[in-house]
Design a binder for this molecule. Structure first.
Ligand code: FAD
Length: 402
């Protein structure tokens, strides 16, 4: 820990101690890059994350997964139910990980456990951690200077993992495209009378998905996407009234429910940075892209950013390059652009197809799910692509160290 008011230097500074920042810093430090993490203490987060295959593999490779596993529930099946009252409804579709020879598509874990496991691994690696927020980042010809309360750090490269309101993005002079949806997500965890059988169930409703994702035991996390005023009304209910409302909306699939402490309310938007890197600053996670919580893409995408930048920086070090050189940043941009764009477009289309009152759009969605349900190879290709995108597999996601 260093915050003694002095100027210090490192090869790389990671700004932000969310899951993506911690993972990036651990990957860099584990491969021998002198790394400083600049991150104030984390805020409480009651959300959960469905970590897909590649993310789990990366956490295993970095030695983080053993501390996660006892708190994580396997997702062996994913069921999609059209719960709209529309004329053209899609058939119910159920995907099983066993169909593509996997034990599970991924694992669902509470963010607090994931963060605790990452923090413990960072401490084991004796990662240099400045427990303060970055106040400014100034990029120059030879290095970047980060100011924080009590000191400053000079580095070749800054990794901006500072979330959706990114100071790093602004400091790099990178703009942002944002589109707001007429939706908000209400999130909470709950226990229930019936077992979930390791199956995640997604009800597609006219206002967005209502998704129950398994947690260990007879517990699940809920992400309920609604019109903002409805989400607010539900969020203000008593525990008992809310439990009954959720049971009603889930058609008593998991029996009677008890809601746990900690409700989240997230207005939904899609955000994409105009560039992923510039001026000695590379953006990862929500500093670079925000996607709505549909299909468990956001953090999985962010972890692939972290794995990719760690790999590119490590390769640059082996070649004796300046770690923040334009060519290194261009390599990062090129390696991540297609994955970020394709995931953002796919989630956006899926969400808009749910919201659309336009009959041909509903027909298309129904037909797509029908085809996916009936055509085995298409179905299996889709499942594989969801778990391990063919276009973007940084080494860590394949189980190799950066
Ligand atoms: C309801 C909901 C459900 C979701 N479910 C899933 C899911 O199942 N699967 C999935 O893959 N994704 C999911 N996501 C997306 C996922 O939560 C995000 O992608 C993820 O939290 C982003 O992580 P991050 O580390 O990039 O950003 P954050 O978690 O926002 O972390 C950013 C960190 O930077 C710090 N920071 C900010 N400014 C500064 C500064 N100036 N100096 C230093 N530090 C700073 C903040 O304190 C924070 O700790 C969900 C999102 C929502 C809203």
């Amino acid at each position: 820990m260093t915050s003694d008011g002095q100027s210090m230097s490192a090869d790389v500074a990671v700004i932000g101690g969310g899951p993506v920042g911690l993972m990036s810093a651990i990957a860099l430090a584990a491969s021998g890059i002198e790394t400083t993490l600049i991150a104030p203490p984390a805020q409480p987060d009651h959300r959960t994350t469905a970590l897909l295959g590649g993310s789990v593999k990366a956490l295993e490779t970095l030695g983080v997964w053993p501390a996660c596993r006892p708190h994580a529930a396997p997702l062996r099946k994913i069921r999609i139910i059209d719960d709209t009252a529309r004329l053209l409804r899609a058939p119910e579709v159920c995907f099983a990980a066993a169909e593509i020879d996997l034990e599970a598509f991924g694992y669902n874990i509470e963010n607090r456990h994931l963060l605790a496991a990452l923090q413990a691994r960072a401490a084991e690696l004796e990662l240099n951690h400045i427990a303060a927020a970055a106040l400014s980042v100034k990029s120059g010809e030879r290095d970047a200077v980060i100011a924080f309360a009590g000191g400053e750090a000079r580095t070749r490269l800054v990794i901006g993992a500072d979330g959706a309101r990114s100071l790093c993005r602004a400091a790099a002079g990178i703009g942002l495209k944002r589109r707001d949806y007429p939706q908000a997500a209400l999130t909470l965890n709950l226990s229930h009378a019936r077992p979930h059988d390791d199956t995640s169930t997604e009800f597609h409703t006219e206002s967005g998905p209502f998704t129950l994702v398994p947690l260990p035991g007879r517990r699940s996390s809920l992400v309920c996407v609604l019109a903002p005023e409805t989400a607010r009304r539900l969020a203000a209910m008593t525990d008992d009234a809310l439990a009954k409302e959720i049971e009603r909306r889930s058609h008593s699939l998991l029996g009677s429910m008890t809601v746990e402490e900690g409700r989240g309310f997230f207005p939904l938007a899609v955000e994409t940075a105009d560039a992923l890197a510039r001026n000695r600053i590379a953006l990862v996670g929500e500093a670079a892209h925000v996607v709505p919580p549909i299909g468990a893409q956001g953090l999985n995408l962010g972890l692939r950013d972290g794995a990719a930048i760690a790999e590119i920086v490590t390769d640059a070090r082996r070649q004796g390059l300046d770690l923040g050189a334009p060519s290194v940043l261009a390599g990062y941009e090129a390696s991540r652009r297609a994955d970020v764009l394709s995931r953002t477009v796919a989630v956006d289309l899926l969400n808009r197809s749910l919201l659309a009152d336009f009959l041909p759009m509903q027909g298309m969605r129904g037909l797509s799910l029908f085809l996916v349900d009936r055509i085995g190879p298409l179905r299996r290709a889709l499942m594989r692509e969801g778990v391990m995108p063919a276009a973007s597999q940084p080494r860590l996601m394949r189980g190799e160290m950066v």
